[in-house]
Design a protein around this ligand. Structure first.
Ligand code: HEC
Length: 174
């Protein structure tokens, strides 16, 4: 990617950004609350359900799997993901995201009331919960150190891993 990006002019980069921004987004992640999930293995950088019908308790996890592993393998852009989350996550996450529940700041203040981003602040709605929970974890651990990351420090300071799971489930469901 670096070689390709370096060979592009600023005008070409702008044209590419405008082209991609104009493509309507389609739902990509379906959030399903559940007490148990299929056992999974890791393949191709993803969780993939095992062939058998074996299940296990979800615990305090989000398990994100392709809707159709064979189609995702072929990079089918119309075959999305399903994120299994603990029962009650979406509602609990909504309270934290919308009001902060007294423990954090309402996310819309900086990320836009529709959570689709505001200026340089990234959008959160409908994005991969595994990715977003990982970012929240890294920001709390101090290992994500971007130019603007300090603005997230106070947000994550009093949130637990369970809170991150609930927030991830709610954001993905938007
Ligand atoms: C004071 C402003 C502010 C508030 C309030 C805020 N954020 Fe952020 N958030 C930011 C900024 C700025 C970034 C970009 C940080 C960077 O570049 O490293 C960010 C980044 C993120 C990211 C990483 C996104 C990505 O694309 O990698 C996540 C996830 C996130 N915020 C979630 C939340 C959640 C959930 C809340 C509410 C509980 C919240 N934020 C509240 C300013 C804020």
């Amino acid at each position: 990617m670096t070689a390709i990006a370096k060979a592009m002019t600023d005008d070409e980069i702008k044209a590419a950004a405008e082209y991609f921004a104009a493509i309507p987004s389609t739902p990509w992640i379906r959030v399903v609350e559940t007490a148990t999930v299929a056992k999974t293995r890791i393949a191709g950088g993803m969780f993939v359900p095992l062939d058998g019908a074996e299940t296990e308790p979800i615990g305090a996890r989000i398990i994100e799997v392709p809707e159709h592993p064979d189609r995702t393998d072929l990079r089918d852009p119309r075959s999305g993901f399903v994120a299994y989350a603990p029962v009650g996550s979406i509602k609990r996450g909504e309270a934290l995201v919308m009001t902060g529940g007294g423990r954090t700041l309402a996310c819309g203040t900086c990320h836009g009331t529709d959570l689709k981003g505001l200026g340089p602040v990234p959008g959160l709605a409908g994005r991969s919960p595994s990715y977003q929970v990982r970012q929240l974890y890294d920001m709390k651990a101090g290992t994500r150190r971007g130019l603007w990351s300090d603005l997230m420090k106070a947000v994550v300071a009093n949130l637990t891993d369970d809170d991150f799971v609930a927030i991830g489930a709610y954001l993905a469901s938007k």
